[in-house]
Unconditional design. Sequence first.
Lengths: 78, 181, 467
Amino acid sequence: MPEILKEYDLRGVQGAEIFRDLTPGLKLLLDDGAIGSIVINPADGCYIVLDFTDSPAEAGRSGEEEIVYFEEVVGVVA
Amino acid sequence: MTDLQRPKSEVRNDFLLQHQAAQFLYREARLLDERRLSDWLELLAEDLHYFMPLRRNIKYGDWHLEYSDPETEISYFDEDKSILTGRVRQIETGVHWAEEPVSRFEHIISNVEVTDQIGDEIYVNSKFYTYQNRLADEVQVFCGRRYDVLRRDEVTDFKIVKRKILIAQNVLLAKVINTFF
Amino acid sequence: MDLSVRTSKGDKFLRSFIDSEKGTVNRELYINQDVFEQEMEQIYRRCWLFLGHESQLRNPGDFFVSRMGTEEVLVVRDRKDQKIRAFLNSCRHRGEKVCRYDQGNSLIFTCPFHAWTYDTSGRLVGAAGQNSPQGYAGDLKKEDWGLTEVAQFTNYYGTLWATWDKDAPSFEDYLGPFAESVRYMCEGSDGVDNGLEVFTPFQKWRVPTNWKVPAFTSSRDPEHGAMTHRSVNAAAIGPMRELQGGDRSRKRQLIENITYVCGDHNLGHGGAWTKYLAPGIAEYVDGWYEDGVDDYFREMHVKKMEKYKDRIVPPQGHDAGHFCVFPNFIMDAWRWRIWHPHEVGVVERWSLFGVDKDAPKHVKDAVRHYVMRYNGPSGATESDDMENWNYVYPASRGAVAREWDYNFANGLGHGFQEDGAPGALVFNGNRSEEAHRARFSRWLAFMEAESWDDLYPIKSDANHRLW
């Protein structure tokens, strides 16, 4: 289990703002175990586009890029 | 235009200046309501810029998109004293149907705040609530903010040099604007 | 189909409200709730409607919200294929607006209700709970739940149009003889096609009247000008301001011509129609107050004169056209007016203004300031129109007032069809109400039609002409 970076508290009172401001390149862990790196953040505070090419195979994410809803994001990982 | 969170102390604590600015704006409103439009024109500087932009619905943070740009876009008003003088002449023909019969206007001015003073010019913010009643039962309300630059004047106390009018509407809910703010 | 509506005195057929012999239209058609609702179905669901201009969408992901009748549409340039598309601004899940901003640039459009989100091609690309084992569990077939796209869309020389009806004819066929007029109005002042851009944003304001009052009868309404706009020269808002006695129009010199009001009684479009009797365009006449503006237009005009030196200029002539594209779009040269119905007694007016896309700033500024002084709720000219159009409505809807007919008889019986003129163009005196009557011919045809099969192609013997 990769380490979740504490400086990005996506579930806290500033979670929406922190999510909105996440920069491309950061890696996000999802609730199904997949890990994707941010390609584009539309900065709407709700969705984010991730690249899953390096995601663990068992997580079963298909497609290289996918748009992900914030509720599915567990946290930012190293 | 200076829009400091807290105006400089020499302005903030200058009761006389605050009083003079407010009295000037109240007098201006009264001239409009008393239909003394030619007298109202006397309060405008020859180099006046009178600007009232359109307002867009925007995403939080897209502040640059909210108001129409006076350099490139369409506004309600973006003009000088000569055009305003023409508008007054038009009303005074008595056949400007949009304002004939003449309306009952009440320009309520409040929240007067002098924010800066540079040379003989002062920067004044205020709010307007303009109630219009005309013909039998037509009512319009225009509410918003103004950012003014006023210049000292011996005869009229001040002249209006710049006025930016921000109305709190997106689709204008009135069919016309036939007054001045 | 013979549509009837409920009135205070029982059901009546729509046709019974129009007296083609007397040239009258009953006020019921403007104030009746049933009529309004049938119009939204029979007309606004079928007609080609104006959305905006391509210059409002320069970059991938650019969007603006427009209207088609009472409904909002999202017009967006796709990030991938760069095509412009238009969609109903209503989420497929529960119908909330998916876009609540007037314009901008976006990657996706996310509904704030349950986070259904769509990309710039209208595809559903996400939804709250789409992957949740407790929710959709992956069963949501996104390909079936994209935004509702218009049935047909076109970019006509830069102007954007759409229809909800897949059976509508092509936009060019829909315009018929007025296609050339729309094309011509989109020329730059040098005569190059699609030479314009528009000033943003849309002017938008509400007028408490029925949409047909301005949309059907403002182009062309030659007899209103002198009276309605009696005061405007005092304001000196024209391009020359006080230099020309305040005249609000720019002076032009024209090739010898005959001016008509012309209505297409088959297709419903109509307005001013200038028949030029010789090829070419006359010399430029200076007409601007601001320094350097005439220099620019004079130079452009030479190019336009060259283009048309051996050709008869289209009927909108020079830069002075004024006509209505049925049902609700008025093209007054580069001043474009759209009348969006809201309710039977409320219309929302939008305006856009064109300018040469490559004009220097001082020229754009002069044009922009002119259209601001002239048009809109604060326009010295248009504000007087609003007053009249407004009070038509309350003064017509009383139990007594509604029994009386409006008079559309100006020029009735004096119209003629010219040999060789296409379709059902009826020419009439340049102060007549021929274009208004044409609009009502088409209006009734739409209201009675079962589908576009009854409306197009127009059969040679199926002239819908009422009058």
